[in-house]
Design a protein around this ligand. Structure first.
Ligand SMILES: [Ca+2]
Length: 206
């Protein structure tokens, strides 16, 4: 029994170690903010009068899921939407990645995440952009997981988070991306967890 267990450990370790894996910089929001903006992230606020304001949030050390703090945003009556963005690092084409994060929403806010595909030089490939996660508030802390697949010509992945509707408050924590080991021809079926209706099935053909 011990032998089988250690073999399983070896297999799971070798499956999880991948070279050149992308990562979300400051995905747990453990670094100090600069003028209300998390290190490694960018963004803006669209006001209801059409003007644009800088992204502005707070660190919450009393309500978080990872480390010592989470990032908290407020969509009040003056704000139409909040947009936040980061890169997920360099990637090889023809790979599948598992993306996950924690989120809590107080109020009626809607959070949508778009996957951004960029060339190795950093040019946007806008035709490949698609929204792949939607969270509707109110909701207590939940972990959301979804797959991202890179295609020919991709060199960098990124995400853009859109928050609208409201008013309400949003807590974010522990953004992660990891390469998934998938065999050629495997069908990748996944569902956004938990309690979400979105269902996507893709065929992996590198
Ligand atoms: Ca954290």
């Amino acid at each position: 029994m011990k032998y089988i267990l250690s073999l399983l450990t070896v297999f799971s370790l070798s499956a999880s170690i991948c070279a050149n894996s992308p990562m979300v910089k400051n995905g747990g929001f453990e670094k100090n903010l600069y003028k209300g903006i998390p290190n490694g992230w960018g963004g803006k606020v669209i006001l209801k009068d059409g003007k644009v304001a800088p992204l502005q949030g707070n660190l919450d050390q009393s309500d978080f899921k990872e480390g010592k703090q989470s990032f908290k945003l407020e969509l009040n009556n003056d704000k139409k939407s909040i947009i936040m963005e980061t890169t997920l690092g360099e990637v090889q084409p023809g790979k599948v990645f598992e993306f996950s994060f924690w989120c809590k929403i107080k109020g009626e806010c809607r959070l949508t995440i778009r996957e951004n595909h960029l060339t190795p030089e950093g040019k946007w490939r806008a035709k490949l952009f698609k929204n792949f996660i939607t969270v509707n508030g109110p909701t207590d802390w939940k972990k959301y997981t979804a797959k991202i697949m890179t295609v020919s010509g991709d060199g960098i992945l990124g995400i853009t988070i859109f928050i609208d509707k409201g008013p309400g408050e949003i807590w974010l924590d522990d953004f992660k991306i990891e390469e998934s080991e998938v065999g050629s021809g495997d069908e990748i079926s996944f569902r956004i967890n938990p309690n979400e209706n979105t269902f996507v099935a893709l065929k992996y053909n590198p």
